[in-house]
Design a protein around this ligand. Structure first.
Ligand SMILES: [Fe+2]
Ligand SMILES: [Fe+2]
Length: 198
């Protein structure tokens, strides 16, 4: 009787071990399947959705920044870049088409944070001489984020052999660089000296 119980216990333990082993191996297989499914083209697609979200929000923010700015040069720079951004959104949609995916946005917390800081400056420095310097700094933070994203996307598109996407992404990247340079020129010029004189 005692021997029977011992055997029953042993086989119960064995079956628990076997089922634990089975579920662990199931988890491993699932894990492998997930990491197998995600590759550079997925990363490219995800990042494309991220910058698409960012551009759409920048498109909404630029007119508000132009409205808040005081320097005519800064207003003109924001207005010019608003027009360019419309073209950039269009280019991103072309890239989505090239990879046979619908143009879709994915929440980008980074750009939301940068734009929120810009809003804060608009509120807190409203009517002060330092407002334009703050707006310039906020706009440059946006440009630097975009330059980082487009640089990465261009490199990945090249690795993935997406020649036309490389051309489109580079066109936007150059535009972002030029905008950043124009903002630097303004920052080094009258806008900051006005803030200092105040
Ligand atoms: Fe942009
Ligand atoms: Fe930009």
């Amino acid at each position: 009787m005692a021997a029977k119980r011992a055997t029953a216990k042993k086989s119960a333990k064995k079956s628990v071990r076997t089922s634990a082993k089975k579920s662990a191996s199931k988890r491993m297989t699932a894990k492998r399947a997930v990491s197998k499914a995600k590759d550079l083209s997925d990363l490219f697609h995800d990042t494309l959705k991220d910058i698409y979200f960012a551009e759409k929000h920048i498109l909404k923010a630029l007119p508000k920044m132009a409205k808040a700015a005081q320097s005519p040069d800064l207003i003109a720079a924001f207005e010019k870049h608003h027009g360019e951004t419309e073209g950039q959104v269009d280019r991103l949609e072309q890239v989505f088409r090239l990879i046979d995916k619908p143009a879709q946005a994915k929440t980008c917390d980074a750009i939301m944070g940068i734009l929120d800081e810009g809003k804060e400056i608009m509120d807190e420095y409203k009517g002060t001489e330092a407002l334009d310097a703050g707006l310039l700094a906020a706009a440059q933070a946006v440009e630097h984020y975009e330059i980082s994203r487009y640089g990465t996307l261009k490199a990945w598109a090249s690795k993935l052999g997406l020649t036309e996407a490389v051309r489109l992404l580079d066109e936007t990247l150059q535009q972002e660089h030029k905008t950043d340079e124009a903002l630097t020129t303004l920052a080094l010029g009258e806008v900051n000296s006005e803030a200092m004189a105040a």
